[in-house]
Write a protein that binds this ligand. Structure first.
Ligand code: NAD
Length: 256
């Protein structure tokens, strides 16, 4: 379905971003990988699906590096047709204890980077009259949780940016939507499981159940594969009139 299209997925060396990159590659898209840590493993897993893959290691907190990555993607593949703004970090602390540099980093990586990548991708998408922008927000773009001030602020901001992007492209073949997962067992969440296990002196399995039990009625983690399937749907012709939604995939978290 996506043969000949190019998808740039920020933060795609791990977790949800990697799952989405694999799902788009399985539909025939070329992939621009981004993120830190091991690149060879993720790259090989996508190439195994028959996709062309290039990698750019832009730090998404740095505007000049985002600009360099977008120029690199255009030079490699002509243009970015599908932009998935996924890179994100978390820090958990009460507001009065929240390190100022963590606040700044979360706003830069989880929110401002999506603005920069979007402003740079939109002109070519509008010219082509086809594009998909998918913002990885969170249930925390819809509701709050204590001790996650920067993350909740950034994700609510990202849902707002999604709506404005959708309105500014509403009469075109470009759409913009947000995906709002509940708990997904990636390294980002494993850190929170580990912290709970240590704080309560319980096993890892017990800590996972406690985490799910607090928020997610299904008592199931959403998987990167399920999120990848939703991203593929947003890229399909059937989704052309889905514009500016914040679509939660959260085991009932926000239904409560
Ligand atoms: P993860 O830690 O597995 O992956 C994060 C990715 O972002 C990695 O590839 C990492 O290298 C990259 N990254 C981090 N900082 C970066 C930077 N400065 N520049 C470039 N890349 C950077 O996390 P994940 O759980 O897969 O999270 C992906 C997105 O999904 C995030 O935006 C997160 O907020 C969101 N999300 C996650 C969950 C969850 O439960 N895991 C739930 C809702 C939303």
């Amino acid at each position: 379905m996506l043969k000949g299209k190019t998808a740039l997925v920020t933060g795609s060396t791990s977790g949800i971003g990697l799952g989405i990159a694999q799902a788009l590659a399985a539909q025939g898209a070329n992939i621009v990988l981004n993120g830190f840590g091991d690149v060879a493993g993720p790259r090989a897993s996508i190439e195994a699906l028959g996709a062309k893959v290039v990698y750019h290691g832009a730090d998404m907190s740095r505007v000049a590096e985002i600009e360099a990555m977008m120029a690199f993607a255009a030079a490699e593949f002509g243009q970015v047709d599908i932009l998935v703004n996924n890179a994100g970090i978390q820090h958990v602390a009460k507001i009065e204890d929240f390190p100022v540099e963590r606040w700044d980093a979360i706003i830069a990586i989880n929110l401002s980077s999506a603005f920069h990548a979007t402003r740079l991708a939109l002109p070519a998408m509008k010219t082509a009259n086809w594009g998909r922008i998918i913002n990885l927000a969170s249930v925390h773009g819809l509701v709050g949780s204590a001790e996650k001030s920067a993350y909740v602020a950034a994700k609510h901001g990202l849902v707002g940016l999604t709506k404005v992007t959708a309105l500014e492209t509403a009469t075109s073949g470009v759409t913009c939507n947000a995906i709002c997962p509940g708990w997904v067992l990636t390294p980002l969440v494993q850190k929170q499981v580990d912290a709970k296990a240590a704080a309560l002196g319980v096993s890892n399995e017990e800590a996972k159940k406690l985490l799910l039990g607090e928020k997610e009625p299904s008592m199931q983690f959403t998987t990167p594969e399920e999120l990848g399937a939703l991203a593929v749907f947003f890229c399909s012709p059937a989704a052309i009139n889905i514009r500016g939604v914040a679509w939660n995939m959260d085991g009932g978290w926000v239904a409560q």
